[in-house]
Design a protein around this ligand. Sequence first.
Ligand code: SAM
Length: 372
Amino acid sequence: MFAGLKQTAVWRLVRGAKRAVLAPRHDTSLVVDDCRATLTAVDPPIALEAGRSHHWRIRFENLGGTAWASAGSHPVQVVARWLTYTGQPFGNEHAVPLPSPVFPGEPKTFDIAIPTPAFVGDFTLVLDLAQSLGGPHFSTCVPQSQPLRVAVPVQGRRATDIDYHEVYRNANLAQNHWWVVGAYQTKEQYEKSSRERLGMLVANGLTPDSRVLDIGCGTGQMADALQNYLSDRGTYYGTDIGEEAIAFCHETFRRRDFVFRRGEMTRVPFGPEDGAFDLAIFFSVFTHTFIDESALLLAEAKRLLAPTGQILADVIVSPLVERGAGNRGEMIVNREHFLRTADMLGLSAVVVGVWPWNPQAERLMFRFRRKE
Ligand SMILES: C[S@@+](CC[C@H](N)C(=O)[O-])C[C@H]1O[C@@H](n2cnc3c(N)ncnc32)[C@H](O)[C@@H]1O
């Protein structure tokens, strides 16, 4: 034990002497050989929330012969930048001085706060070191000092996530059935949107004799619009995962040829006995389902479609997203990926409406038909 203590004391002396020799020179530029570094992410995040700072735990190893200063006129900076999934730079570089010096042969782990992109997407964080802001990166000076790269999906804010079962459980549909299904402040706004949507359906082939399938019918915005529009030959079938929503629609819309049935996340609860539909609609549904769920729901709609039938569906698209990203509060998809999926399902698509969404995304209304 005595020998062990002596060893520790000796080691401290050696380390002290080494630090005295290698003490960081706050006012001196490092030479190329001092820029040999290894950066490692400790417990990197699986996903991040858009627009928030995240404390990244990074292990820094100084493989050179001089200590890296953390203050003075030449502090070593951690330089962070983001790339899109296609490798394009996104936003500005962000530099943070090392919290304390890093000595050769004494790796240190620091928590470094780095702002996350404000938009949903599939990003890669690239971390490097530099001795001055805008100065050459260590990886540029020494090829061995590879920058650290971590691919991480950036998701929507947790506060905007939605669980529709919970939403309906807590809602008072008798009082404000329009509020739960969209950002409608008043019943008048909801009814105006309902009229506009009816106009869009008519522009896309709806006739009074159409057989309509409304997937994710909510509290019946389109049932309301269609109950006075469809003739006796037309029918309306609505389905939703919310049992309270379906109960509300049963109570509210009493036409005998209006059918409501609760569905499951990727299953539409109708079959060949229910006939084939001329028009299947998904309004504000794929904005709340994960991309693979949307694909399965599209396949379900196609299964129930008449040979000349059409599907209308709106999605939010962004070039920052590789396939699909976000949460049930706001799901965002890659347009080409979504179209490839539709193509694989045997559907051809055209865009019949475009609305701005945010500086990186837009909302599109697609019309699908069976491919010839
Ligand atoms: C934003 S609301 C839109 C409701 C309605 N389409 C409208 O525009 O008023 C989304 C609706 O989709 C329903 N929904 C979400 N995922 C679904 C799924 N996988 N299958 C059927 N309905 C779904 C929700 O319960 C909710 O009622």
